[in-house]
Design a protein around this ligand. Sequence first.
Ligand code: GLV
Ligand code: MN
Ligand code: MN
Ligand code: MN
Length: 412
Amino acid sequence: MPLLPNIPRLLDELAHLATISAHPAPAVTRVLFSEEDLTARAWLLTLAENAGLRTRSDSIGNLFITLPGSDPSLPAVATGSHTDAIPNAGAYDGVVGVLGGLEALRSIAESGETPRRSIELIMFTAEEPTRFGIGCLGSRMMAGTITADEARQLRDPNGISLEQLRPPQYSGDLAATRLTPGSYSHFIELHIEQGPHLEAAGIDIGLVEKIAAPAAFRLTFTGTGGHAGAVLMPGRHDAFLAAAETALAVETAALESGSPDTVGTTGVIEVKPGAINSIPCHALMEIDFRDTDLAARDAALIRIRQSAETICERRGVQLDWFLINSDPPALCSQEILAVAETHTTDLSYTSTRLISRAYHDSLFMARLCPTAMIFIPCLNGWSHRPDEFSSPQAIAKGTTLLAHTLLTLAAS
Ligand code: GLV
Ligand code: MN
Ligand code: MN
Ligand code: MN
């Protein structure tokens, strides 16, 4: 039976969610447990309840929206993504998978068809690492990749702990967030590509076969401060210069890893005391490093660490190295991809297989059940910037394909 998602309704909701932002339009900023994040969560639950769907949350704030199946004793089929947004992001990253997922559930409910398995939409807590430096916090906890004790140690840049920030509605036992493998039968996430390939090739749908392995680490450099006029150059132990040289070593390690997919980014640098006439005594850097090839990534990480140690020794600067996360890649389910591919053909959409270089909650859901992703094109491949854009047609196709794939998986 054809499923007919209501695309004008979905586009209105996407436009509304973009207004719930800490920065003015077109920028979208919704950081975990900020006022905007909490407002967006409450609004999403209201939409779901208005559609007659069941809602619940877990103790890390993952939201679950359920369309009950005719045999609710079976593990459900799940979909979902995130609504948090890094500072000055756009309106589509994550959000298309959540609101598109909601529209997919509503279109199935409105078709009058009752799926055999329940279908559950998950809005994952903090896919973005903005608040605690670690991405995919909600799905990571569901998969048990981070324990409740480790989560309790998390601090934001102001030193405020997860426990202090966790709102009362999510006050339960953090350990209960963890699920056992098989809790869901399948998971499929709809997301914008965040890369240029689909648009450049004029292809409607990307079917993701693999998600690259991300790692992140924080380096702190402690040198010796002093007066910028009075301390002569040979006597300096400048923490920022040690950090700057290490950032270049990160670039070199990525360029020379031997794998074309290695990418390394020093996206955070803080310098103290931060005065023009004071030699930096302290620097903090956060580095994101990824590859589809785990061995190449890990060899490059060792090389970066050795370079940083050599640089700091030569400059008389103390180095502290903290690994935030180091995750393996995920392989997507060929079973789910085949179902989605068949529907793509039935719907007369064009599709191709590709790799996700960004990480997603699917990276962790893949530890719990067969998982795959549907990508739709986005303008120039832009993402994590205010001019991020996916066309109404692309969103309509992704959502329609998601709905059909969910319904077929729910019959299995
Ligand atoms: C998620 O936003 C990522 O950085 O891949
Ligand atoms: Mn993102
Ligand atoms: Mn995302
Ligand atoms: Mn992401």
